[in-house]
Design a protein around this ligand. Structure first.
Ligand code: CDP
Ligand code: CDP
Length: 226
C-alpha cells in the first residue's frame, strides 16, 4: 500500500502529538511541523510588546506582521525544532507558564487563526509532511491522506507534562499543570473558529498506559510502515 503523503495529527495538550509526529516524520523522511509553536510565538510577542493579550485587534495586527520561522533543530538540548521570532531564538521562551496561560486566548482570535492557517497550508500542500495541531485534519489540511487523533486522560497528560518540565529543569507543579491543560482544552474545544474536534475520517488512538513505542506501533500500521 502507498504511504500517505500528508499526515495530520491532532489532539489535546500533552497527548504525545509532537513526540509521535517527530518519530513518524523521521521514519518516513518527511518534514515534521508543529503548528502549536506558531500560536505560542504570537502569544509571546503579544505579552512582550503589548504587555497582555486582551486587545484582539492589536494581537491580530501583530500576528500578521511577526516573522515566525521554524527550522530543524540546531542544538541537541531536547528541542524538536528551532523557533525564531523576528530572528530571535525563542524555542524555550515559548514554553513558559506565562505563554501556557495565555495561548488559548490568542489562538481563539479569528484573525490570528487566519494568518497562521495561511502559512500552515503553504507548508502542508507541498506534501511529505507530518503536521501537528488542533485543527489540522478538520481545517488546515482537510484533504490529508492520514488523520490521527491522539488522546489520553487529563491526569495522564498532566503527569507527562509534569515529568517533561521537571526533566528540563523548568518549574513543575502537577496541580497547576493539570489546571492549565484543563482550561486550554476547554477554550480550544469551545472556540467558534476551528475548535479542537475529531475529524470524521480520523483514527483515534487512546494512549493511556501506552509507551511511546506502543503508540508508534499503532501509528506505523496506519501509515503503512512495515
Ligand atoms: O504542546 P501542547 O499540546 O501543550 O500545546 P501546543 O500544541 O504547543 O499548542 C498550544 C496552543 O496553541 C493550544 O492550546 C491551542 O490553543 C493552540 N493551537 C491551536 O489553536 N491550533 C493549532 N493548530 C495548534 C495549537
Ligand atoms: O505534543 P503534545 O503536547 O501533544 O505532547 P508531547 O509534548 O509530544 O508529549 C508530552 C510528554 O509525554 C513528552 O515528554 C513525551 O515523552 C511523553 N509521552 C509519554 O510519556 N508517553 C506517550 N505515549 C506519549 C508521550
Amino acid at each position: 500500500m502507498n504511504k500517505p503523503k500528508t499526515i495530520a495529527i491532532d489532539g489535546p495538550a500533552a497527548s504525545g502529538k509532537s513526540t509521535i509526529a517527530e518519530k513518524l516524520a523521521n521514519e518516513l523522511g518527511y518534514l515534521f511541523f508543529d503548528t502549536g509553536v506558531m500560536y505560542r510565538a504570537v502569544t509571546l510577542a503579544a505579552l512582550r510588546r503589548l504587555g497582555n493579550v486582551r486587545d484582539e485587534q492589536a494581537v491580530t495586527r501583530l500576528a500578521e506582521r511577526v516573522w515566525i520561522d521554524v527550522r530543524p533543530p540546531s542544538k541537541d538540548d531536547g528541542r524538536k525544532a528551532d523557533v525564531l521570532l523576528d530572528g530571535e531564538d525563542v524555542t524555550w521562551a515559548i514554553r513558559s507558564s506565562e505563554v501556557d496561560a495565555h495561548v488559548s486566548i490568542v489562538s481563539a482570535y479569528p484573525g490570528v487563526r487566519a494568518a497562521m492557517t495561511r502559512q500552515q497550508r503553504r507548508i502542508g500542500e507541498r506534501g511529505e509532511v507530518v503536521m501537528v495541531g488542533r485543527d489540522i485534519g478538520t481545517v488546515v489540511l482537510p484533504e490529508a491522506e492520514l488523520k490521527i487523533y491522539l488522546d489520553a486522560s487529563l491526569e495522564e497528560r498532566a503527569r507527562r507534562r509534569y515529568l517533561e518540565n521537571k526533566s528540563r529543569g523548568m518549574d513543575a507543579n502537577y496541580d497547576e499543570i493539570l489546571e492549565n491543560l484543563r482550561k486550554r482544552d476547554e477554550i480550544d474545544s469551545t472556540r467558534e473558529v476551528a475548535p479542537l474536534r475529531i475529524a470524521g475520517d480520523a483514527h483515534v488512538v487512546m494512549t493511556d498506559g501506552l509507551t511511546i513505542e506502543e503508540v508508534m506501533q499503532q501509528v506505523r500500521k496506519l501509515a503503512h510502515i512495515e
